[in-house]
Design a protein around this ligand. Sequence first.
Ligand code: UFG
Length: 328
Amino acid sequence: MKFLVTGGAGYIGSHMVNLLLKKNSEVVVLDNLSTGHEYNIQDCEHLNIDLVDTENLSKKLNKRKFDGIFHFAGKSLVSESINNPDLYYLNNITGTKNLLKVMLDNDLNNLIFSSSAAVYGKSELDFITEDANKMPINPYGKSKLQAEKDINQTSKQYGLNSISLRYFNACGADPEGKFGEDHACETHLIPNILQSLLDPKEEFYVYGNNYPTKDGTCIRDYVHVSDIVDTHYLAFENFGVSRMQQAYNIGIGKGFSVLEIIKACEQVTKNKIDIKFKDKREGDPISLVADNKSILADLNWNPQFTSMTNIIDSAWRWHTKRFILYGH
Ligand code: UFG
C-alpha cells in the first residue's frame, strides 16, 4: 500500500512513517522541514513542499495515487499561536483546505487528520467526551476546530472517508530509540524536565501553583506517541468496514498533575529536580483528560503505554541519546 504523510519529518509524523514502513508500505512524506528533521525520513520519498504553496502542491501531487493520507503538517504550539494567530490560521486551516482540494482533484479518498484536545478549550468535565462543548481558548485550538469542520463538510459533500483524531498530551519516544521529540523551541513538560537534567544551562519552571486541582498544578492526560500512531492505522483500516465517528479522543483517560509528572521523572532518571514556580502560562486549561470509551470500543484500540514510568523511560532514553548526538 502507498501512503502520503504530511508533516512526516516531525515528532508524531516520523513515528507514523516508521510504523507504515514496518508494515512494508510505500511512504511519501510531504514536509517543508520548517520544524521537522531530514534525519527522520531517510527511507522514503520526500516532497519538500509547503501546504500553502498551492501551485507546487498541485504540480507535485497531480495524478499521484495514495491509499490513504495521514495529515500531521501544521503549527502546534499554543504560546506561538497566541503571539501569531495568522500563522496558525494560514498553516492549519488554509493548508488543510489546500490538501482537500488536491484530494478531490486526484480522487484520493481516505484522510486521517491530526487534531487536538485544544478544540475543547476550558472544559468543566472530569472526562471530556467527543460531543463536549468546543470553545477553544487559543488560536491553535481554533485553527484545529475549523480544519475539522472543513474536513467534515468536504467529506459529506464529496463522499470522502475522513476522521479527526484529537490527541491529548502526546509524549514519549520510539521504544527502539530511533525517533523522539526534537523541537528547536521546546515548550512541552516532559522534554523540558528531562532537558534540564541533561543540560544544567536549561532552566525548568512549573507554570502556576494555585490552580483548583489536588496539588495546585494543571492536570493532563499523557498518551504515548506509538499508541497515537496506532490509532491512525486502525482508523485507516476501519474506513468503509465499520461505522466510525467523525472524531475521536486519543488519550489514556487518566489525569496527572505537573508535580506528579516531575515525581515520575525523578523516579525514572534517579535525579532530583529542583522545582521553581512561575506565573501561569497564558492559554493553559486547568484540566484536560479524555473520555476514551469511543475509540476503545469502535476501533478496538489497545494502548501499550499505560504506565507513566514506561512513557518517561522511553523519552529519557531518547533525550539522552539526542543530547549525546546533537548536544542539545
Ligand atoms: N508546563 C510547565 N513547565 C514547562 C512546560 C509545561 O509547568 O516547562 C506545564 C504547562 O503549564 C501545562 C502542562 O505542563 O500545565 C503541560 O504542558 P505542555 O506544554 O506539555 O502541553 P500542553 O498541555 O500545553 O499541550 C497540550 C497539547 C496541545 C493542546 C494543549 C491545549 O499538546 O495539543 O494541550 O492547551 F493544544
